[in-house]
Design a protein around this ligand. Sequence first.
Ligand code: 5AD
Ligand code: SF4
Length: 334
Amino acid sequence: MDRDEIIRLLATTDADEVRALLKAADQTRRRLVGDEVYLRGIIEFSNHCVRNCRYCGLRRGNKALRRYRIPDDEVLDLAARVRDAGIGTVVLQAGEDPAHTAEYICRLVRRIKDATGLTITLSIGERSYGDYRAFKASGADRYLLKHETADPELYRRLHPDSDYDNRIRCLKWLKELGYETGAGNMVGLPGQTLATLADDILLMRELDIDMIGIGPFIPHPDTPLKNAAVGDLGLVLKVIAVTRLVTGNTNIPATTALGALDPEIRLGALASGANVVMPDFTPAHYKQHYEIYPGRSRVSSDIREVLAGLEKDLAGINLCIGQGSGGRRNRSDG
Ligand code: 5AD
Ligand code: SF4
């Protein structure tokens, strides 16, 4: 599929054509990655951030936000809960917190690895090559770093203090170091076009990204973009579907942002190419302050209830919960 064809598909409003697109993505997903939905337990272990991304509630300019760091012993307990829930992989996510020295993160990763044996995914932003290498050596297996948008000019406008080229460099380093690497973008950013979204998808194919998080932009009231419109959910589904068709056997979560806007649409994503769900293990009294965008706390924090509900929902669309860590399948398995 070339750029023009992707743009044409994303633009279509013809109901039959949209239905056919989502169905084709579902079939491709079942053929290449099966009908299992893989779970990742996520722990949001700090909401401190030195950056000032214009869309995000954790930006350092947001003085209204209560900041927290979860002490490492508690992070370790939460990781044990992920394992006890039968989930094979934990995602440690935080803002770019200056307290997270490389030594600190390495020690935390090592402790979790030794105590739980879980597959460990880090999502703590842009770091040096040396840091990424040290995290890997300490037991980190995967890394999520969304590229956010493949339009360098839009990237510059949204990120007053970071650089598109460095973002891409980080993604290349992560791949080079052998991480299963995640990227992804927001749909509905002010100033974005369908061509931008096509470029997002093609960029991820070009970088051979393994995990792809696609979610709607949701305006946060304490950010400069508070008056911008929310991303179109129908368009998010189309982007997910096209991404599945273009990238084959990647892991694509039905993102929390999608579920926050509309729990029903999350199932729609899982029936249109997405194959991963990330249940949140952050205790509610912290999670309420991990306010990247509004609406996150609507998601229940009783993990057994979440998993039972999910299993039932998945059965309704002929999918089931996968066991193990759900890494990207070898191309030759396909
Ligand atoms: N709406 C949707 N997603 C957002 N993110 C940050 N702010 C928003 C927002 N307002 C996403 C970005 C980032 C991750 C931390 O959350 O993609 O990578
Ligand atoms: Fe910080 Fe990430 Fe939010 Fe940017 S998007 S302000 S780096 S938490």
